[in-house]
Design a protein. Structure first.
Length: 273
């Protein structure tokens, strides 16, 4: 990937982080930490990888995206707004009454959202169903889903993984956002789901481990996923919770806390710098 394109994607990821924080700040609630950790992956998916059309959100042949860790909806909304599915001004309405941007993704009311999620573990199952549907219907679209590392403690994640392997869903790409923290603390202390690579391989995935903030590694992983035939791909994205904001990085208290005015201004200044 050319350096100029990498810089463009970095700018997009920064805007996604700013948009996510805008929403959480105005809502006075939400989940900034995990939203910031997936911003680079979302930037690559929506601006480099996926075949989608903001003017036709329900286009039958579009690629599908499922945010299985639905509480990080602020990042998804910011990505969709950046892509042009709706105006960025709507981000300030997050979690407000009558807003179509609620605390978790809503496929019925939010343009660009392919699956309503929030109950952890269920999104990856829906993604598996979408991928199998494409196979049955002879469609070429691909399905992508981001699963939280804490979310992977849910048994349904592994049931879905058996399903994906059994049906050889090579049109499915599962991204594990491995930022190491969940609401109660480090994932390895709460209910250790590691080693992700060996477990995912045992469940039949083509497994790729990357730095989730390095666009060259992100690109290589998604290219390898498309080249793999006969099995689903899992990308273990090692990331930093709260990425880009010094006082949020690797700080579990920002899993589900909103910044005050002073903190919001500091966060914006750091991201814009």
């Amino acid at each position: 990937m050319k350096l100029s394109r990498i810089n463009e994607l970095k700018d997009i990821a920064r805007n996604i982080r700013l948009g996510a924080l805008e929403g959480v700040y105005n809502a006075k609630s939400g989940h900034p930490g995990g939203s910031l950790s997936i911003a680079d992956i979302l930037a690559y998916l929506y601006f480099e990888e996926m075949n989608v059309d903001p003017k036709n959100p329900k286009w039958e042949d579009r690629d599908r995206f499922v945010l299985s860790k639905g509480h990080t909806a602020p990042a998804l909304y910011a990505a969709l707004a950046e892509k042009g599915f709706f105006d960025k001004s709507q981000l300030k309405t997050l979690r407000k009454v009558d807003s179509f941007l609620q605390g978790h993704p809503d496929m019925k009311n939010t343009p660009g959202v392919d699956m309503s999620t929030g109950s952890l573990g269920m999104g990856i199952s829906a993604a598996c169903g979408m991928a199998l549907s494409a196979k049955v219907d002879g469609k070429n679209y691909r399905v992508y889903t981001i699963v939280g590392d804490g979310e992977s403690e849910e048994g349904q994640v592994w049931e879905a993984s058996m399903f994906a392997s059994h049906y050889k869903l090579d049109n499915l790409c599962v991204i594990i956002d491995f930022n190491g923290l969940q609401i109660d603390g480090p994932v390895t202390e709460v209910m250790n789901p590691t080693p992700f690579d060996k477990k995912l391989e045992a469940f039949g995935y083509n497994v790729i481990t990357i730095d989730g903030h390095d666009f060259e590694q992100i690109e290589a992983a998604f290219e390898a996923a498309k080249a793999c035939k006969g099995k689903p791909t899992a990308i273990i994205s090692k990331s930093v919770k709260g990425k880009g904001v010094s006082f949020m990085e690797n700080n579990v208290s920002w899993h589900g806390s909103a910044p005050n005015a002073e903190q919001f201004e500091q966060a914006k200044a750091e991201l814009n710098a």
